[in-house]
Write a protein that binds this ligand. Structure first.
Ligand SMILES: [Zn+2]
Length: 221
Protein backbone atom coordinates (compact mmCIF):
# COMPACT_ATOMS: atom_id res chain seq x y z
CA UNK A 1 0.00 0.00 0.00
CA UNK A 2 2.96 2.32 0.64
CA UNK A 3 3.94 2.60 -3.02
CA UNK A 4 0.61 3.82 -4.47
CA UNK A 5 0.29 6.33 -1.60
CA UNK A 6 3.79 7.69 -2.25
CA UNK A 7 3.03 7.78 -5.93
CA UNK A 8 -0.14 9.78 -5.29
CA UNK A 9 1.76 12.27 -3.12
CA UNK A 10 4.51 12.61 -5.73
CA UNK A 11 1.94 13.06 -8.50
CA UNK A 12 0.24 15.78 -6.48
CA UNK A 13 3.59 17.51 -5.94
CA UNK A 14 4.43 17.28 -9.65
CA UNK A 15 1.03 18.76 -10.52
CA UNK A 16 1.59 21.65 -8.11
CA UNK A 17 4.93 22.31 -9.78
CA UNK A 18 3.46 22.11 -13.27
CA UNK A 19 0.77 24.59 -12.27
CA UNK A 20 3.58 27.02 -11.47
CA UNK A 21 4.08 27.12 -15.22
CA UNK A 22 0.40 27.20 -16.17
CA UNK A 23 -0.83 29.57 -18.87
CA UNK A 24 -2.39 31.90 -16.28
CA UNK A 25 0.84 32.04 -14.33
CA UNK A 26 2.98 32.67 -17.42
CA UNK A 27 0.55 35.37 -18.61
CA UNK A 28 0.73 37.03 -15.19
CA UNK A 29 4.53 37.08 -15.22
CA UNK A 30 4.60 38.39 -18.81
CA UNK A 31 2.20 41.08 -17.64
CA UNK A 32 4.60 41.88 -14.81
CA UNK A 33 7.46 42.32 -17.29
CA UNK A 34 5.29 44.58 -19.49
CA UNK A 35 4.27 46.59 -16.40
CA UNK A 36 7.97 47.18 -15.59
CA UNK A 37 8.59 48.44 -19.13
CA UNK A 38 5.58 50.77 -19.09
CA UNK A 39 6.16 52.06 -15.56
CA UNK A 40 9.85 52.78 -16.17
CA UNK A 41 8.99 54.52 -19.44
CA UNK A 42 6.36 56.60 -17.62
CA UNK A 43 8.84 57.56 -14.90
CA UNK A 44 11.16 58.98 -17.58
CA UNK A 45 8.57 61.57 -18.67
CA UNK A 46 9.93 65.13 -18.20
CA UNK A 47 7.15 66.34 -15.89
CA UNK A 48 7.95 63.49 -13.47
CA UNK A 49 11.70 63.88 -13.77
CA UNK A 50 11.36 67.57 -12.86
CA UNK A 51 9.51 66.86 -9.63
CA UNK A 52 11.89 65.05 -7.32
CA UNK A 53 9.34 64.04 -4.68
CA UNK A 54 6.79 62.91 -7.28
CA UNK A 55 9.48 60.83 -9.01
CA UNK A 56 10.61 59.29 -5.71
CA UNK A 57 7.04 58.45 -4.60
CA UNK A 58 6.06 56.96 -7.97
CA UNK A 59 9.31 55.02 -8.23
CA UNK A 60 8.68 53.63 -4.75
CA UNK A 61 5.11 52.73 -5.72
CA UNK A 62 6.46 50.77 -8.69
CA UNK A 63 8.68 48.81 -6.27
CA UNK A 64 5.58 48.04 -4.20
CA UNK A 65 3.46 46.97 -7.18
CA UNK A 66 6.26 44.73 -8.53
CA UNK A 67 6.55 43.11 -5.08
CA UNK A 68 2.83 42.48 -4.67
CA UNK A 69 2.37 41.33 -8.27
CA UNK A 70 5.27 38.88 -7.89
CA UNK A 71 3.83 37.38 -4.71
CA UNK A 72 0.36 37.18 -6.29
CA UNK A 73 1.89 35.02 -9.04
CA UNK A 74 3.49 32.74 -6.45
CA UNK A 75 0.41 32.13 -4.28
CA UNK A 76 -2.52 32.92 -6.55
CA UNK A 77 -5.44 34.94 -5.26
CA UNK A 78 -8.02 32.56 -3.88
CA UNK A 79 -9.12 33.90 -0.57
CA UNK A 80 -9.05 36.96 1.63
CA UNK A 81 -5.79 36.11 3.41
CA UNK A 82 -4.05 35.88 0.02
CA UNK A 83 -4.86 39.53 -0.56
CA UNK A 84 -3.42 40.43 2.83
CA UNK A 85 -0.21 38.55 1.97
CA UNK A 86 0.03 40.26 -1.40
CA UNK A 87 -0.45 43.69 0.20
CA UNK A 88 2.19 42.82 2.80
CA UNK A 89 4.64 41.87 0.02
CA UNK A 90 3.93 45.23 -1.65
CA UNK A 91 4.48 47.14 1.59
CA UNK A 92 7.76 45.32 2.31
CA UNK A 93 9.03 45.87 -1.24
CA UNK A 94 8.28 49.53 -0.86
CA UNK A 95 9.15 50.29 2.76
CA UNK A 96 12.82 49.32 2.57
CA UNK A 97 13.58 52.62 0.86
CA UNK A 98 12.97 54.30 4.22
CA UNK A 99 16.52 53.27 5.11
CA UNK A 100 17.70 56.12 2.85
CA UNK A 101 16.16 58.56 5.35
CA UNK A 102 17.47 56.54 8.29
CA UNK A 103 21.04 56.76 6.97
CA UNK A 104 20.63 60.42 6.06
CA UNK A 105 19.28 61.10 9.55
CA UNK A 106 16.83 63.48 7.98
CA UNK A 107 13.55 63.60 6.08
CA UNK A 108 15.20 65.67 3.38
CA UNK A 109 14.85 63.87 0.06
CA UNK A 110 17.96 65.63 -1.20
CA UNK A 111 19.97 64.21 1.71
CA UNK A 112 18.38 60.77 1.29
CA UNK A 113 19.32 60.67 -2.40
CA UNK A 114 22.90 61.84 -1.98
CA UNK A 115 24.19 59.36 0.57
CA UNK A 116 27.91 58.56 0.72
CA UNK A 117 27.11 54.83 0.47
CA UNK A 118 24.17 52.45 0.06
CA UNK A 119 21.76 52.27 3.02
CA UNK A 120 21.67 49.05 5.12
CA UNK A 121 18.54 47.35 3.75
CA UNK A 122 19.99 47.61 0.24
CA UNK A 123 22.72 45.09 1.07
CA UNK A 124 21.75 42.00 -0.93
CA UNK A 125 23.69 39.68 1.39
CA UNK A 126 21.01 40.48 3.96
CA UNK A 127 18.31 38.77 1.91
CA UNK A 128 19.31 35.13 2.58
CA UNK A 129 20.41 36.08 6.13
CA UNK A 130 17.02 37.66 6.96
CA UNK A 131 14.99 34.91 5.30
CA UNK A 132 16.90 32.13 7.08
CA UNK A 133 16.70 33.99 10.40
CA UNK A 134 12.95 34.40 10.00
CA UNK A 135 12.61 30.70 9.16
CA UNK A 136 14.65 29.81 12.28
CA UNK A 137 12.55 32.13 14.45
CA UNK A 138 9.35 30.56 13.14
CA UNK A 139 10.77 27.11 13.84
CA UNK A 140 11.97 28.15 17.33
CA UNK A 141 8.59 29.62 18.24
CA UNK A 142 6.75 26.78 16.49
CA UNK A 143 4.62 29.14 14.45
CA UNK A 144 1.79 27.53 12.55
CA UNK A 145 2.06 26.28 8.97
CA UNK A 146 -0.05 29.24 7.88
CA UNK A 147 3.08 31.38 8.37
CA UNK A 148 5.30 29.01 6.39
CA UNK A 149 5.48 31.20 3.30
CA UNK A 150 6.56 34.35 5.17
CA UNK A 151 10.34 33.93 4.54
CA UNK A 152 9.62 33.48 0.83
CA UNK A 153 7.37 36.53 0.82
CA UNK A 154 10.23 38.51 2.36
CA UNK A 155 12.64 37.00 -0.19
CA UNK A 156 10.58 38.07 -3.19
CA UNK A 157 9.81 41.54 -1.78
CA UNK A 158 13.48 42.32 -1.09
CA UNK A 159 14.93 40.63 -4.17
CA UNK A 160 12.54 42.31 -6.60
CA UNK A 161 13.44 45.69 -5.04
CA UNK A 162 17.20 45.08 -5.15
CA UNK A 163 17.13 43.85 -8.75
CA UNK A 164 15.16 46.92 -9.85
CA UNK A 165 17.54 49.25 -8.02
CA UNK A 166 20.40 47.23 -9.54
CA UNK A 167 19.81 48.78 -12.97
CA UNK A 168 21.17 52.06 -11.63
CA UNK A 169 23.47 50.94 -8.83
CA UNK A 170 24.31 47.25 -9.32
CA UNK A 171 23.87 44.83 -6.44
CA UNK A 172 25.61 45.60 -3.18
CA UNK A 173 26.98 42.26 -1.98
CA UNK A 174 28.49 43.38 1.31
CA UNK A 175 31.27 42.98 2.34
CA UNK A 176 32.49 42.17 -1.17
CA UNK A 177 31.29 45.39 -2.80
CA UNK A 178 29.06 46.34 -5.71
CA UNK A 179 28.44 44.43 -8.90
CA UNK A 180 28.23 46.31 -12.19
CA UNK A 181 24.79 47.77 -12.93
CA UNK A 182 22.31 45.14 -14.12
CA UNK A 183 21.32 45.58 -17.75
CA UNK A 184 17.75 46.77 -18.22
CA UNK A 185 16.56 43.65 -20.05
CA UNK A 186 18.19 41.40 -17.50
CA UNK A 187 16.25 43.24 -14.77
CA UNK A 188 12.95 42.77 -16.66
CA UNK A 189 13.76 39.10 -17.28
CA UNK A 190 14.75 38.41 -13.66
CA UNK A 191 11.65 40.24 -12.37
CA UNK A 192 9.31 38.22 -14.60
CA UNK A 193 11.11 34.95 -13.80
CA UNK A 194 11.56 35.42 -10.05
CA UNK A 195 8.04 34.29 -9.01
CA UNK A 196 8.53 31.00 -10.91
CA UNK A 197 11.98 30.51 -9.42
CA UNK A 198 10.51 31.19 -5.99
CA UNK A 199 7.72 28.66 -6.59
CA UNK A 200 10.23 26.00 -7.64
CA UNK A 201 12.42 26.69 -4.59
CA UNK A 202 9.34 26.54 -2.36
CA UNK A 203 8.45 23.22 -3.96
CA UNK A 204 11.97 21.88 -3.44
CA UNK A 205 11.99 22.95 0.22
CA UNK A 206 8.53 21.54 0.87
CA UNK A 207 6.93 24.95 1.60
CA UNK A 208 4.66 24.66 -1.39
CA UNK A 209 3.08 21.46 -0.06
CA UNK A 210 2.28 23.24 3.19
CA UNK A 211 0.71 26.14 1.30
CA UNK A 212 -1.33 23.73 -0.81
CA UNK A 213 -2.62 22.14 2.37
CA UNK A 214 -3.27 25.55 3.89
CA UNK A 215 -5.25 26.60 0.83
CA UNK A 216 -7.03 23.30 0.71
CA UNK A 217 -6.34 22.90 -3.01
CA UNK A 218 -3.30 22.71 -5.24
CA UNK A 219 -2.27 26.20 -6.20
CA UNK A 220 -3.36 27.08 -9.68
CA UNK A 221 -0.91 29.76 -10.66
ZN1 LIG B 1 15.79 51.07 -3.05
Amino acid sequence: MAMPLNLAVETEKAQALLQTFSTASLLASTGLGVFCLLADHFLQLPFIQHHVWLRAVLDNNVHGIVGLWSWAIVIGLRKKSDFYEVVLAGILASIIDLDHFYLAGSLSLKAALSLPHRPPLHCSTLIPALCFSLRLLMWAFRLKDSWCSLPWLLFIALTSHHVRDGVRHGLWVCPLGNTAPISYWLYVTITATLPHLCSVLMYLTGTRDMISTKHGVAIDV
